[in-house]
Design a protein around this ligand. Sequence first.
Ligand SMILES: CC(=O)SCCNC(=O)CCNC(=O)[C@H](O)C(C)(C)COP(=O)(O)OP(=O)(O)OC[C@H]1O[C@@H](n2cnc3c(N)ncnc32)[C@H](O)[C@@H]1OP(=O)(O)O
Ligand SMILES: O=C(O)CCC(=O)C(=O)O
Length: 384
Amino acid sequence: MSNSIAARLIQINDTTLRDGEQAAGVAFTIEEKVAIAQFLDAIGVQELEVGIPAMGQQEIEAIRAIGELGLAAELIGWNRANIADIKASVACGLKRVHVSVPVSDIQIAAKFHGQWRVMLGRLRDVIHVALDHGLSVAVGGEDSSRADSLFLLDVAYYAQSLGAFRFRFCDTVGILDPLTTFHQVRQLVQTLSIPVEMHTHNDLGLATANALAGIQAGALSVNTTVNGLGERAGNAALEEVVMAVKQIYGMSLGIDTKRLLELSRLVAKAANYPVPPWKAIVGENTFAHESGIHADAVLKNPMTYQPFDPAEVGWTHHFVVGKHSGRHLVQKVLQQNGITLNADETQTILQAIRDRSMQVKRGLTTDELLSLVTPVKDTAHATR
Ligand SMILES: CC(=O)SCCNC(=O)CCNC(=O)[C@H](O)C(C)(C)COP(=O)(O)OP(=O)(O)OC[C@H]1O[C@@H](n2cnc3c(N)ncnc32)[C@H](O)[C@@H]1OP(=O)(O)O
Ligand SMILES: O=C(O)CCC(=O)C(=O)O
């Protein structure tokens, strides 16, 4: 375990209800937002980015409804550097706001006509208004990873001097690798006295790895989403970050991991997008074993081909009889159904399983397997 990480309190700020819902085509109802917030709180997530008050009445109602639940989790609303956005957050009853400003040239050009002084002036005014309303203010550097590194440090330091309680490092278009993330975040952590938060995207499949690199560099908060839901290729997945920190650093983030699968299913249903079977931690195949060599070993000791006990995340391992299966698994399944085959019969069945799997292009159900056995047994009987 890394001592430096163990000594720090790292927390999750889950943004399923904000960046998660920004995934193209996703639209949670108020009831779904409330149910997801309740679940995240129940399993111990410390902070929830509940939405974007500036979106209007329905979003405000949803955020108010979440606020009325009296959750233990801190609730934070996402805002542009825009006073009207802050007023909408106040209307939601929020006590914490996140204010985002673009920090890369390309984003400042698109959103502030290249006028970074205007952008900083807006940030200052918005922070003042939010503080005057008694709000706690966090600031996000949108597109931090493509920003000039000195400019990023200046903006973050400025936000801190204006009274921000946290600065978010955003790899907005997911272009970093873990080593570069480490160096960029390290500089921020060494410059600031307020905590740094990680916000990483999965465009190159590195969102979770980069979130971990940020933690290694000293970040104290991680923005995650359930199932990695989010803009384009998504965000660092809550279940991946929590389990990676637990497995790799031996550190609990205070989250009841046994309910991660149930949470994943709740969010997948609300998002109306299935979780891919190979999705880490929560996908259908995560603890499924078909291949002969794997299944044989797992029958002897499940840990031969499992990174951790599936019960830790609410799963059980299971076997699939399919094209790659071998005799140990097939004999086991048949024995469980009261059938014992000799060596020749088993080889015949294995070939039949391969043929059938290729025809149906999936693993076989137990009934399909049993239907392959009858002709083999009949032939053996007839030739006796
Ligand atoms: C990286 C991220 O994920 S950022 C979060 C993105 N999330 C979303 O956009 C989802 C919710 N968004 C919405 O519902 C709408 O975009 C709203 C309500 C926020 C704004 O809607 P509209 O007024 O119709 O504007 P629209 O979305 O077309 O354009 C965005 C405006 O915000 C401005 N803007 C963008 N980022 C910022 C910022 N950080 N600070 C201030 N202004 C900003 C843009 O420049 C543009 O302003 P303009 O109208 O003066 O040109
Ligand atoms: O909070 C911010 O500044 C932007 C967060 C975000 O969604 C992103 O950068 O992708």
